[in-house]
Design a protein around this ligand. Structure first.
Ligand code: ATP
Ligand code: MG
Ligand code: MG
Ligand code: MG
Length: 574
């Protein structure tokens, strides 16, 4: 590819709505263009990467024996009503009407359609097992689309669906997919981890998420460095409170308390413990049936980091929020702009029923406020030192907890969910009456598995894991181009032009995805562009080096260029 005939369009500054590195860098590198909230055009430079990701996924899916088909984006509501998901999915499901007033869903996934295909096509045990997949546009009306391709509304997913005659078969199909996913993420050149995941509402048994490790990831994943144990925070086996940890001693610690007055006010209002160090919560603020009732509840949340009041929100003032269930960290951040380091409910009339059914808070880290001016209690044990708040099902896995397999201690790291494999069992086949006839001519429900990969999210995840202050650092397998040739004076020097053209032809012949920058940019601008775009290998061809038969090579992570003899360059870029 010649840059003059491709489309290179870079920006010095990222748009102000881009919050994280991958979003900023993809915008600056001209890979995506925003059309609306969570809706992006994939520009040539971005599409090139998406195609590489798709190709790897397709190759490994095919290798695993899965069969590609393509299901429609727009799907009749009737199918979704059969499984009940038309109602259950709520606002995330995008609905449209046709000219006759008929309802359709824009697919967020394709369980219904594939099950419909299965019930007419997979009538006999002889057709099983089979695994169908497609790579198709999805639409999810995410409450808060953000981070560019990471959480889009329109995005591309590879979704696969396996059909088996029994649970043993399902387990085998599942394992085949799991293994294919391991190969796929290894081929991307990304650091990843497969973790056990909750099966959620669907039930069944067995689910794993694949996470790209990145400190900016939205999810916390728990693993044991000395064994295979790995789970996402929801599925991590929480230890019974105080079962393994020694009770801490209560200590009075002098702390800087910019939010002291607030804490004291809270303490006065309530005769209950009021602050906790919470890193992640699921909270159900007491349900209010009506707006009026909500207003009378006077629920407040105080966001504190340490002892500093960051934000306070009167929950009942937020339309629709009273009785609102925060089920992820993300949702909390979304509403309050920060994760609470502290959370306190206030109700002047009666204590608010705050139910934390999932936290990673270390109970022993709890800090209570306002015991005394400028002093806070640390190491407090609910129940022992203070009245127990209404806290249920605490899942408080923390760093250093013993691993459930007894092989070491747990560590926690951040990840980005890029893939998910799931044993569905017969949930869909029973709802949609998808059966096959066994050897005895008896109808049996199909055993199903589903397997997703967020194709477009992978771009964001790869960048979150691999970037520096100059830009993106693509692993070769999914780089838009593997090598960029930067001639110094392509138009001016005959020697430079002919050497560049020769090398370009050689690399192309060797199957290397190479781009020749013949745009006539100044060297500084040219280098900055390719560093931003993240091409892994750069070769500079200049008169000075050529005199000695040398080219300049610089890997994207190298701090300086190396002189390389012409004849050896090919081995550097492969
Ligand atoms: P998340 O927890 O991030 O909302 P999910 O669990 O809802 O994702 P799945 O239903 O498991 O997603 O879909 C399979 C894959 O599709 C996910 O693992 C993820 O890689 C990708 N994906 C899901 N939602 C989005 C989105 N809004 N934008 C981009 N990719 C997405
Ligand atoms: Mg989701
Ligand atoms: Mg998820
Ligand atoms: Mg998932």
């Amino acid at each position: 590819m010649r840059a003059s005939r491709f489309f290179v369009s870079t920006l010095k500054e990222a748009p102000s709505d881009a919050e994280i590195a991958s979003h900023k860098l993809m915008m600056r590198a001209g890979m995506i263009k925003r059309l609306g909230s969570g809706i992006y055009s994939y520009m040539p430079m971005g599409l090139k990467i998406i195609r590489k990701v798709e190709n790897i996924v397709r190759e490994e899916m095919n290798r695993s024996g899965a069969v590609e088909l393509l299901m429609p984006v727009v799907q009749p509501a009737e199918l979704w009503q059969e499984t009940g998901r038309w109602d259950k999915m709520g606002d995330e499901l995008m609905r449209v009407k046709d000219r006759h007033g008929r309802d359709y869903a824009i697919q967020p996934t394709s369980e219904e359609v594939i099950t419909d295909i299965a019930r007419s096509e997979l009538r006999s045990y002889r057709k099983l097992p089979v695994n169908f997949y497609h790579i198709q546009t999805k639409f999810r009306d995410e409450r808060r689309p953000r981070f560019g391709l990471m959480r889009g509304r329109e995005f591309t997913m590879k979704d696969a669906y396996s059909f088996d005659r029994d649970v043993d078969g399902l387990k085998k199909s599942y394992q085949i997919m799991y293994d294919a996913y391991v190969r796929i993420f290894a081929r991307f050149g990304l650091q990843f981890r497969a973790v056990a995941a909750d099966n959620g509402a669907i039930g069944g048994s067995g689910s794993h998420e694949f996470h790209v490790i990145a400190s900016t990831g939205e999810d916390a994943i728990v693993y044991c460095p000395d064994s295979d144990y790995a789970a996402n925070m929801e599925a991590a086996e929480a230890l019974p409170l105080d079962a393994t940890r020694a009770a801490p001693t209560q200590t009075m610690t002098k702390t800087a308390t910019p939010g002291k007055a607030k804490c004291e006010a809270v303490a006065e209002l309530l005769n209950i413990p009021l602050s906790t160090t919470i890193k992640s919560i699921v909270l159900t603020v007491e349900k209010a049936a009506t707006e009026k009732e909500a207003a009378s509840k006077q629920v407040w949340l105080l966001m504190l980091r340490g002892d500093h009041v960051l934000n306070e929100v009167k929950v009942s003032k937020i339309p629709g929020l009273a009785g609102y269930r925060f089920s992820t960290e993300e949702e909390i951040v979304e509403y309050f702009g920060t994760l609470p380091g502290y959370l306190g409910p206030i109700n002047t009339k009666k204590p608010i029923n705050v139910v934390a059914d999932r936290t990673v808070a270390n109970m022993h880290d709890f800090v209570t406020g306002a015991n005394e001016a400028d002093y806070h209690l640390t190491g407090v044990n609910w129940g022992r030192d203070l009245p127990e708040p209404t806290v249920v099902d605490l899942r408080n896995v923390v760093e250093g907890d013993p691993s459930p397999d007894g092989k070491g201690v747990l560590a926690i790291q951040r990840g980005i969910e890029v893939g998910h494999v799931f044993q569905l069992g017969t949930a869909y086949s029973e709802a949609m009456n998808a059966t096959f006839l066994d050897e005895n001519g008896k109808p049996q429900p199909l055993q199903m598995g589903c397997y997703g990969i967020g194709i477009t999210r992978i771009l964001g995840a790869a960048i979150e894991q691999n970037f520096d202050d100059k830009g993106i650092i693509w692993p070769s397998a999914i780089a838009p181009f593997e090598v960029v040739l930067c001639p110094m004076g392509y138009d001016r020097s005959e020697a430079v032009k002919s050497e560049t053209d020769k090398l370009y032809a050689e690399l192309q012949a060797a199957g290397v995805d190479v781009i020749l920058d013949d745009r006539g940019e100044r060297p500084g601008a040219m280098f900055a562009d390719w560093e931003l775009i993240g091409v892994p290998h750069r070769v500079v061809i200049g008169d000075r080096g050529l005199k000695d038969g040398q080219l300049e090579y610089q890997g994207r992570r190298d701090t300086e260029a190396t002189s390389v003899p012409l004849a050896e360059i090919a081995s550097f870029v492969k």
